[in-house]
Design a protein. Sequence first.
Length: 646
Amino acid sequence: MKRSLLFMLGLAPALAFAQNINSQVQVSSNAPQVLPASPKVLTDQNLSINSGNPAYYAAKKGNNGAVSFTEVGQTYYDLQTNGSIGRRIVLHPDGTVSVTWTTAPDAASGFPQRGSGYNYYNLTAWAMSAPNNVRVDNFRGGWPSIGTLADGSEFIMAHDATNGGFRITKNSAKGETDWSTGSAILQWPDNQRPIWNRAMANGNTLHVIANYSDSSSAGDPRVLTRSGVRGPMTYSRSLDGGVTWDKANILLPGYDSTVVTSGGGDNYAIDVKGNTVAIVCGGLADHVLLFKSTDNGETFTRMFPDSFVYAPMTNSKLITDTAACNDGALDVIIDNNGQVHAFWGVSRILNDDTTDTDGGWSFFPATSALAHWSEATNTSQVIAGVVDEKDPGVLNIEAGTWFTRTASQTIPNGLNNVARTGNTSLATMPSVGMDAQGRLFVVYSAPREFDLSIDAVNYRDVYIVYSTDNGVTWGAPQNLSQAQGIEDAFASVARVVDNNVHIVWQQDDIPGTNLQNNTSSQNHPIVTNAIVYAAFPVSEIINDQVGQGQGVGFGDRPEAKVFEVNQNYPNPFANESNVLVYMSQPGDLTLTITNMMGQQITKMNLGNYSVGNHTITIDGSNLAAGMYNYTLSTGANSITNQMMVH
């Protein structure tokens, strides 16, 4: 790793504290702009993950051309997380989908109207049409978690940025727009500001993790120290849907100064399955800690999916080799056997000078590795990274991609722009879902080679890896977003996977974010960001048919296929009914309607469709009442289903 990739890290954790991270070595105008794929990421003895997989992956042949997604919302506020993404999408048992995100309807200073965006897919259409950037809650909030309660109502829990603590906004049933926001909960006296929650429900039981304060800097009056930990992660529980809290802002057993120095914003994740609760937390120079409960949060057992030998880290600890740790972006899921799987981005730490006065150490944000740990085997391994599309063994990633602005809010010398989020690595922000068979699907964020902005920064795409054997082996990364000249980031996958993997993420015209990368030169001005949704067929993913997108020759493309995401709805219907489909390749789509005797009633060419999701409308106004078959076909591939007209 080049010395120019090194950064100083103060003792404050990652959070949104980009201003605390200073360049240790200035990047000169002739600094190398090609990043070698370093095998040291895998073979270093301090790396506690197995070295069976490469840190970079060869490109697969796959999709080509424009990809179609569904825009479900917009926002001017473009920072969806500092690290871990959390659950922003729910696939309901009937196939309907709810999504949320941090939104702002305008670029007003301070984003006073910031709050929780929302949309709902009812199998026919999305409830709110574009631009859909207005919050459903009535306070300046952010970082929403979404779920359902025992009575079928939905909740969105977000932090109150003005008063501290959190508020829960509910509707009467999924998809309804009668939202009502409750009063502040889980506040703390003396100006501490609990923030950045993650909430999941089991019936009427709400499990919540959060951070005590929006700062963990030593000496900040808002910072609370408990069990020797500054600004610690906390756990709360409500047994009545958030009305009362029998556990409020408590520390989990074993979460103390013997294992961690300070908490961090968004450096944690939670999953709930029945009475089992799994919580992971981490951060630069920290262990990956797992707290597991099998009695609905009454008691917890602590485990170490990844131990960092120097934790809890202080500047007095000499690290002459680049020791591997996590980057603070994690996710966790409980499988069908009650066993836990944890995921995190890998980073590296160096501290070769314990006499400096800034009290910091260095880290390598250009690390490219995503790790998985299985409770069943108590082993971990690298499962993904940046995809090597061009030069074998070399990752062509520009330096501005992993840099952020300086402490003085400027762009480092020799760079035209910067785009790093928090203290995350190149491959980061895992989000995991699982189907009924126990197959695991992990989406993550990584920059793409040669997809450059005008300021020589790589755009990020959304990638996916999968395992069909409970995490023992993993397929190679596949590019889901495949959009040239667009920043696709902050992807959240629905925990439940059916025949499709359902994902929501943010698209930006500029790499990075305004919130963390903009300077006085307006290198990243406030712009409209799209929130998009897509459903990808599981069969395409596990057959490695979702490819690397742009740059694949026409002759290399497989034949186009059409997949039904959901059956026509409404059904029965009188006038119109809609079918959501996924096209694996660009191609002409034909609709054929036959009666139950097999006689063709109508056949029409619907035109050429791009890769991705599309809503097909079936016109039944000229059909007599009765049962019919509809067939959607492209080339030799087709899907057929029944519909009823009344």
